[in-house]
Design a protein around this ligand. Structure first.
Ligand SMILES: Nc1ncnc2c1ncn2[C@@H]1O[C@H](COP(=O)(O)OP(=O)(O)OP(=O)(O)O)[C@@H](O)[C@H]1O
Ligand SMILES: [Mg+2]
Length: 155
């Protein structure tokens, strides 16, 4: 499914829906160019999980952990050079754990990721963003269906 976001607030609102729908062990992979709004979406997800601390970009530390309705592991793997580095960081522990993983720039960890991830791609569209949700298994398909229902009911 695809949604147009006309403002950071729209992106935050979609993130909030995704945060509310999350279950332990879910993985959201966020794709998109620099400045597309991945961290903005992650901030909404944090809000949807009931996290009160502000969610900030983990560009330099690669992973930020937050305590909410379930743990949020927010990663930005832009600076992760090789898949081996992911193993050193113990990314599998997070990916196969009981929190929600939100991963910006997941490409470097592709080999470590489980199959059933929700892929969220943000594309620039003038001053707006086109946000596309793609499922890669039954759990992520369920999330896409729930988001579709919730977004439709808002209009
Ligand atoms: N519709 C929109 N949704 C999200 N952000 C938007 C939107 N319109 C404008 N923006 C702006 O775009 C920027 C998005 O920055 P953000 O840090 O979320 O990007 P990012 O994809 O995480 O980049 P990076 O790859 O560097 O981590 C913010 O400055 C935000 O205000
Ligand atoms: Mg970011």
């Amino acid at each position: 499914m695809q949604i147009t976001s006309n403002s950071p607030a729209d992106t935050l609102a979609l993130g909030e829906i995704l945060g509310r729908l999350a279950r332990p062990g879910d993985i959201y992979c966020l794709l998109g160019e620099l400045g597309a709004g991945k961290t903005a979406l992650a901030q909404g997800i944090g809000r949807g999980l009931g996290i009160e601390d502000p969610v900030s970009s983990p560009t330099f530390t690669l992973i930020h952990e937050y305590k909410g309705r379930m743990p949020l592991y927010h990663m930005d793997l832009y600076r992760m050079a090789a898949p081996e580095e992911g193993e050193e960081l113990g990314l599998q522990e997070y990916f196969w754990g009981h929190g929600l993983c939100v991963v910006e720039w997941p490409q470097a960890a592709a080999e470590l990721l489980p199959a059933d991830i929700l892929q969220v791609e943000l594309r620039f569209a003038g001053d707006s963003r086109e946000i596309e949700l793609a499922a890669h298994g039954s759990r992520s398909q369920q999330i896409v269906e729930e988001v579709t229902r919730l977004v439709d009911s808002e209009h």
